[in-house]
Design a binder for this molecule. Structure first.
Ligand code: SF4
Ligand code: SF4
Length: 466
């Protein structure tokens, strides 16, 4: 390609699709896609929306299935309560999650953005859908926006923005239910705003934020604001799967003329792939950060190819290398290795969550205390036990010396009863026969039992007279 041609071919990279050359907002009027990928995404989005709105109502053993209560440091995942003491699981989880995201993106590109990101699902399958229903096709929307304030324009705009506000209000309340629980949200809605002014103002702020995002900011979130989107450039390589235009097959572009021998490539320059694009780009320009991988252009182009009798897949999922080599999607050794690593990471996290202790006990000798002689045959040490009950049920536990004959004497209590979701302190003497003490500092183990079953073994030190 000549230098000047190359310069013009690359100028699309100098600006973002949502801004005009004069610096004004370029409002994207995207056509509603139709096709097999859109049908799949439709199904997935409905499932996703049902799960999103239903999850706060689902309870397991009396606890919500999910609760991310940052305010009270209370986290419930899959019905299991996590405490700040379980922070290491979150830390490992976060590291695993970041590695997961990087590996996933290196292999599958923006698959998450196009198919599962809440921003895409809400914008494309809730808000834009309401807009298409009320204001009609992109052409009608443009005419309405550019036209005078007639009665039709007033009622359509009022209805659309009222619905947008109601849905934003619902989304804000559902998010709040993930934080404080659905019962609390219900109680808040019953009380006067003056009784919970902070939460009320927060809800209003979040409702307005969602409304602004879905009514006005829209695709700018994906193309400019989202940090994940911004990082794609450093994570992609030539083997990353993405929505690609097969330039080898498509170029040079030229209009389709029936009953005439084709002297061009397969792209008939109909621009259908451009008018369905929700971020307003032309995928034929090549790989672009603004592409969210929504597959709308794939469906549009497949339909065109069908109509003119060419093979589908001029725009398809393929890596840069696969397009250059003219092959379809291949599961390369690198993809296999990374996918295996992703499965290992998911497995690791699952094991950590499933095997997490429900009762966590820390036992230490009371500071400043040495040993006491109970009688001429027995020595005792004073211990302090901090026991966390991470379940939502009361649990009674018993402490027993392990691998040594010893006796636990609780101070100020007959038995240890742990209230639900509690942290309690208990002090006790451990009496051990002198004959079992072999050194000044002895490693010992104390078993924590519930209903006769050992649930934890705690290691500590026992001081002797040597
Ligand atoms: S829809 Fe297909 S044929 Fe039409 S302009 Fe886009 S790539 Fe070319
Ligand atoms: S280029 Fe295609 S896949 Fe990418 S955002 Fe536009 S329509 Fe979606």
């Amino acid at each position: 390609m000549e230098e000047e041609e190359l310069y013009h071919a690359e100028t699309f990279r100098d600006r973002v699709s949502s801004v005009t050359e004069s610096g004004k907002r370029n409002w994207i009027y995207a056509l509603q896609p139709k096709g097999r990928f859109y049908n799949f995404r439709n199904l997935l989005s409905y499932t996703y929306l049902i799960i999103f709105f239903a999850l706060p109502f689902i309870r397991v053993n009396g606890s919500p299935l999910f609760l991310i209560n940052i305010i009270d440091s209370k986290f419930i995942l899959f019905g299991k309560i996590f405490w700040p003491q379980d922070f290491f699981i979150f830390a490992v989880g976060m590291i695993a999650f970041i590695i997961f995201i990087v590996l996933f993106t290196v292999i599958y590109g923006r698959l998450f953005c196009g198919w599962a990101c809440p921003q895409t699902v809400f914008l494309e399958f809730v808000f834009r859908r309401m807009e298409w229903l009320i204001e009609g096709s992109p052409g009608r929307q443009r005419a309405l926006n550019n036209g005078p304030w007639t009665f039709e324009k007033v009622w359509k705009k009022t209805l659309k923005h009222a619905l947008f506000l109601i849905f934003s209000f619902l989304i804000a309340h559902t998010f709040l239910a993930y934080i404080i629980g659905i019962e609390e949200v219900w109680q808040l809605t019953q009380a006067a705003p003056s009784q919970h002014m902070g939460t009320f103002l927060g809800l209003i702020a979040f409702t307005l934020m969602f409304y602004a995002v879905f009514a006005f900011v829209r695709e700018i979130v994906c193309t400019t604001i989202c940090p994940y989107g911004r990082l794609q450039g450093v994570m992609f390589d030539k083997d990353t799967m993405q929505i690609s235009y097969d330039y080898r097959r498509g170029e040079t572009r030229g209009r389709f003329k029936k009953n005439e021998a084709r002297t061009h490539g397969d792209c008939i320059d109909c621009k259908k792939c451009v008018i369905v694009c929700p971020t307003g780009i032309d995928i034929r320009d090549g790989v672009q950060l603004d592409c969210v991988g929504c597959t709308a252009c794939v469906d549009a182009c497949d339909k065109v190819m069908d109509k003119v009798g060419f093979e589908k897949g001029l725009i398809r999922y393929a890596s840069e290398n696969q397009i250059a080599e003219g092959t379809g999607v291949r599961f390369t050794p690198k993809m296999k290795a990374y996918s295996a690593l992703l499965i290992v990471l998911i497995g690791l996290m699952t094991v950590m969550v499933v095997t997490r202790k429900t009762v966590d006990t820390h036992i230490t000798r009371v500071k400043g205390q040495l040993y006491q002689e109970v009688d001429e045959h027995t020595i005792s040490n004073l211990f302090e036990a901090k026991i966390i009950n991470k379940t939502n049920k009361s649990i009674s536990v018993e402490l027993r010396a392990e691998a040594i004959s010893g006796h636990v004497r609780l101070i100020g209590a007959e038995a240890i009863l742990l209230p639900p979701e509690s942290l309690s302190d208990h002090t006790f003497f451990l009496d051990i026969p002198k004959s079992e003490i072999k050194a000044r500092s002895n490693n010992i183990s104390i078993g924590v039992y519930s209903n006769g079953q050992k649930i934890q073994t705690v290691k500590t030190k026992f001081l002797g007279p040597f």
